[in-house]
Design a protein around this ligand. Structure first.
Ligand SMILES: Cc1ncc(COP(=O)(O)O)c(C=O)c1O
Ligand SMILES: N[C@@H](CCOP(=O)(O)O)C(=O)O
Length: 400
């Protein structure tokens, strides 16, 4: 029997506060800077021995890039082969929309085991939860985080508690959480209220029975940065722009972190522009951006048909604003009508079925092209975050 437990984190992995820059030792339970209450981000070691060619024979997916993840090399992951999602070139859509001179791809995250990009984060987050020996995991959710946490917790043999905004979650996602045995609690209020409840409970309690896996947990976001790795690995170039739906704002931050790390390790020579898309009724970041404000104006009652991104107080707003600013990108808002139309276009012209939040990316591309934000001869990747089957009611209600 091996008496020495493998190290949870690689040597020289640290946590850095994104607000005051304080540095801390890697700690699975540290989420917020004790000095200034800013969010933390994982700082990877300054050099890493890996390049895309040396791992070319490995199976695609999150763990293909294990050298670029903070977990110790001997840690056994809780995995279902997540990641390695298709990168689908758009052709008929571009013709139909008369968008010329742009090469556009959809990174179809709906092909993950539970049908959304959250699986990339959960494989890392639940692996940590299992290693540290908690009884279970806890999340607030608009649905996909819940479905994913529930499935990975089931695979790890631990509990999962999900707190959902009552009436605010698409049916497919609630069904998944229940199917995988999660304890589902509904709260009268918004997702933001639910997240605050979970956050306050976890941080104010001394108990370490339940491990929180929302995106204020910087370790979970490490799994999501592999979207950037896969895009470069498969395309063979760095796209000019990456278009990402923005809700709690963790994913755009994680993807940008992934690109920056590739750059820092000398694996790429350019960086893409990050374009974050919000739905008009839930656009604290896009509306602040368009007014030239530094901080978002939070929305008490966010409203959009895209329930996954019906979020008024994005917990990762500071990371996301930094990603967009550093990358010389932008935030854009799109209407519900534009979202519905984009679902239909992707489905009819390319056979790609996405949930409403994901369709913001095509709506955003159309706007960005029409406004000259994306120039001719650009290569653009749209991150289609979740599968159409997540939200069948919207498809039927709007006769899509
Ligand atoms: C399908 C889907 N797309 C986009 C998002 C937005 O991602 P983020 O919260 O990381 O901004 C979410 C969840 O928030 C989601 O479930
Ligand atoms: N859309 C999300 C909202 C929660 O985001 P998280 O990244 O903080 O978990 C969901 O699916 O619940």
């Amino acid at each position: 029997m091996n008496k020495h437990k493998s190290r949870l984190f690689k040597e020289n992995v640290l946590l850095r506060c994104i607000n005051c820059g304080s540095i801390y030792e890697a700690d699975p339970w540290l989420f917020i800077c004790p000095r200034c209450r800013g969010l933390l981000e994982v700082e990877m070691p300054s050099n890493i021995e890996v390049d895309f060619r040396s791992i070319a024979n490995r199976r695609m997916g999150v763990w293909k890039y294990k050298e670029l993840l903070p977990l110790g090399n001997d840690i056994k992951p809780i995995t279902m082969g997540e990641g390695g999602t298709p990168l689908i070139k758009l052709s008929r859509v571009m013709e139909a929309l008369n968008i010329n001179g742009i090469e556009a791809y959809v990174k179809f995250e709906g092909a993950n085991p539970t049908g959304s990009f959250k699986d990339r984060g959960m494989t890392v987050g639940v692996t940590i939860a299992k290693y540290i020996g908690v009884k279970g995991v806890i999340v607030a959710s608009t649905g996909n985080t819940a479905a994913s946490a529930a499935a990975y917790a089931a695979r790890a043999g631990i509990k999962c508690i999900v707190v959902l905004p009552k009436g605010g979650v698409a049916k497919g996602k609630i069904a998944q959480a229940l199917l995988h045995g999660a304890e589902v609690m509904e709260l009268d209020g918004t997702f933001d209220d639910a997240l605050e409840e979970v956050f306050m409970n976890v941080t104010s309690s001394n108990s370490r029975d339940l491990y929180p896996l929302n995106s204020y947990n910087p370790w979970r976001l490490e799994g999501q940065k592999t979207i950037a790795f896969e895009v470069v690995d498969e395309l063979g170039i760095v796209p000019d722009a990456v278009i990402v739906p923005v809700g709690n704002a963790g994913n755009i931050s994680a993807i940008w972190k992934g690109f920056k790390e590739l750059y820092r390790y000398g694996l790429i020579r350019e960086l893409p522009r990050m374009i974050g898309i919000q739905a008009e009724g839930a656009a604290p970041l896009a509306s602040a951006w368009s007014r030239g404000l530094d901080t978002p104006q939070f929305i008490e009652k966010p409203m959009t048909i895209a329930s996954a991104i019906r979020i008024g107080r994005p917990v990762n707003w500071m990371k996301a604003v930094r990603a967009v600013r550093e990358s010389k990108g932008t935030f854009i808002s799109v209407t519900d009508e534009e979202i519905l139309e984009s679902i239909k276009i992707l489905a009819r012209f390319e056979g790609i079925g996405v949930e409403p939040a994901s369709a913001t990316t095509l709506a955003g591309l159309i706007k960005a092209y029409n406004n000259g934000i994306i120039e001719r001869n650009s290569t653009v990747v749209l991150i289609a975050t979740g599968h159409a089957l997540k939200d069948p009611d919207t498809i039927i209600r709007y006769s899509l």
